[in-house]
Design a protein around this ligand. Sequence first.
Ligand SMILES: [Zn+2]
Length: 271
Amino acid sequence: MDHSLFLILAATLGLILGSFATCAAHRLATGGSLTSPARSFCPACGHTLTWRENIPLAGWLLQGGRCRFCRARIPLRYPLSELACALFALAAATVFGFGWPFLVAVGFGTLLLVLSLIDLQTWLLPDVLTLPGAGLALLASTLLPHAHTLGIGWRAGLLGAAVGGGGLWLMAWAYRRIRGEDGLGLGDAKLMLLVGALLGPVAVPLTLFAGAVLALPMGLVAARRAAQEGEGTGAGEGLRTALPFGPFLCAGAAAFLLAGPQFLHWWLGRP
Ligand SMILES: [Zn+2]
């Protein structure tokens, strides 16, 4: 396939999947069914979206970020998610080229986006997504030919799942023993089970590291805002409760999927 055509198709696929992800996340987060109603609708007034309003990104821009009927503001996370998904698909197309690894990368990228959006809205990473996702990740590691960070083989997949799921479960257990309260959720452990099964054991500490680096400044901003609103009792308290960690782990995993080996080479100072 012509390369520039492939890139255009990849970005378009990313926009469509991003739109699907925001819709699926909203339905799962609000306890609705994934399949009914079949058409997208405005969450504020229930007006069914026409195909034109449904166009990712463009629909939002054309309507000035508001529902055409009730004028309710459509949250900025909708177009931002679509844009992020399109950029991820574009990057995956460049890294993997056309083929199964590209499709698997985009599929898991979309799943990570759905999980992030649900976690931001509900502070939960539903088992119904993370556990089958971990199974599919192991299957992908087993069946895919080795390509960049994917197709690592079933042994590395199992080891990664053990390090990711087991490691975070231990950390959550230790935190509860020492502090006498929940710090890390078990949802985070199940997410890392998935990440380890897909990307292997090396990806686990790097995903945690990237997640923490991304979460810290965002957490500080959120904690400061919470403190100004008089909610949190202190900066530490606010930092721990201001944001869920799942979206940052998802972003870290997506970054490793695209550029993990390059980052390792750069970090270890190898050419
Ligand atoms: Zn509306």
